[in-house]
Design a protein around this ligand. Structure first.
Ligand code: ASP
Length: 395
């Protein structure tokens, strides 16, 4: 009975009820939106300091710099290879299935266009000029970079000082995880409210007009999650992907409903260490970094979206242009923050690279929130598999 009413199962029920309430009782869904917002806010409140502390602890607790190189190199290799594989899968699926001819153009892409993403702005965004400002503005990459530097510096301190600093941060890290556990018990309610609101606000009908595009993205994501990542998990992580999925599903459900890898981080860390048995130092390093730069779902979706918009505008994409999409979508996904709709903004890089009109983003806006839910779950799934694999190779 207790198992039946586990948080994971209640969360699934929350999603189903959310869809029903959002569809049949939209007014009520709007009325309870504040519950989901509160849930998301508290997750975000924990996520930012947690990212700082957990990256710090995972590095400062290493015995040497070579350990860091070992883990860092493997993590980066995993992130890039799987992201590239995701984009490749997206492009192949588009070439095989195509989009048919369903189209519905909406206006309102000004917001996105205002924040055009370029390689220069990306590099600039990595370097903090005021670390407190980075915290206030939630600039996760800057926070991670600063945390890595500070932790590496700590490794060079004399033993007594090093122990004081790392001991304090380690305790703080545990306290944050404890806090996260309390918040996790509210997941079913938060998820119910968030899903109900999205369905009430966007309506399931919008999906229908763009269904060809939605289907291609979903098929691509499915293939990547089940086959690509599943096989990688089995071969390199020596883990049965289905069983692993059951262990970590709580994090995937939270990712689905919050559309934010960063907000999901407290939950991912918890399931990785408590349920999947991943070492704390590995989870503390691989997951925060992954939540920020490893986005397989986003990368795949950006490549498909660019090809879809080209299709709508009647632009033929040559093989060379598809290669450019492949490269830029991989990079754009790295640059996307782990927050809702971040992928929509960094997609401007892909559009600019192949000369697609930025207004084209308006075409896919209507279904973006739905696809964000799915791609964020895949982003987090990729992070969790990465953690499992790297855990196996790190002593
Ligand atoms: N919402 C995604 C995430 O947080 C990013 C995106 O694709 O918009 O992982």
């Amino acid at each position: 009975m207790k198992r039946l009413f586990s948080i994971e199962n209640l969360t699934v029920i929350g999603i189903v009820l959310g869809v029903l309430v959002g569809y049949y009782l939209p007014e009520f869904a709007y009325g309870i939106k504040f519950l989901g917002d509160a849930f998301l806010d508290i997750l975000k409140a924990i996520a930012i300091p947690l990212i700082f502390v957990s990256v710090f602890v995972s590095i400062a607790s290493l015995s040497s710099i070579s350990d860091l190189k070992d883990m860092g190199g493997k993590a980066i290799a995993y992130y890039f290879l799987t992201t590239a594989l995701a984009v490749f899968t997206g492009i192949v699926v588009v070439n095989l299935i195509g989009f048919g001819d369903s189209v519905s153009v909406q206006k309102n892409s000004e917001e996105v266009i205002k924040h055009t993403f370029t390689i220069k702005s990306f590099i600039e965004s990595l370097i903090p000029d005021n670390i407190f400002k980075s915290f206030v503005e939630g600039k996760v990459l800057q926070i991670i970079i600063f945390s890595i530097l500070l932790a590496v510096a700590t490794l060079y301190l004399e033993r007594r000082k090093k122990e004081i600093v790392s001991g304090f941060m380690d305790g703080l890290n545990d306290a944050f995880i404890k806090l996260a556990k309390w918040v996790i018990t509210l997941t079913p309610l938060g998820v119910f409210s968030l899903v109900a609101y999205v369905v009430a606000d966007k309506g399931l009908g919008t999906i229908i007009s763009l269904w060809h595009y939605v289907v291609v993205v979903v098929i691509g994501l499915f293939i990547h999650a089940v086959f690509n990542l599943g096989i990688i998990a089995y071969v390199f992580g020596k883990v049965n992907p289905f069983k692993y999925f059951l262990k970590v599903r709580e994090a995937l459900l939270v990712a689905f409903s919050t559309s934010s890898s960063s907000a999901t981080l407290p939950v991912s860390l918890e399931v990785a260490t408590e349920k999947a048995g991943i070492k704390k130092k590995v989870a503390g390093f691989v997951l925060p970094l992954g939540a920020t730069i490893n986005m397989d779902g986003t990368a795949l979706y950006e490549s498909v979206a660019a090809m879809f918009v080209a299709h709508v505008y009647g632009i033929e994409l040559s093989l060379a242009e598809q290669v450019i999409i492949f490269l830029t979508a991989t990079l754009a996904a790295v640059g996307a923050a782990g927050i809702p709709s971040a992928g929509l903004v960094t997609m401007t890089l892909v559009f600019t690279a192949v000369g697609l009109p930025l207004e084209g983003i308006a075409v896919i806006l209507a279904v973006d929130r739905f696809l964000d839910m799915i791609r964020t779950s895949i982003n987090v799934w990729g992070d969790l598999i990465g953690a499992k694999i790297i855990d196996r190779f790190v002593k």
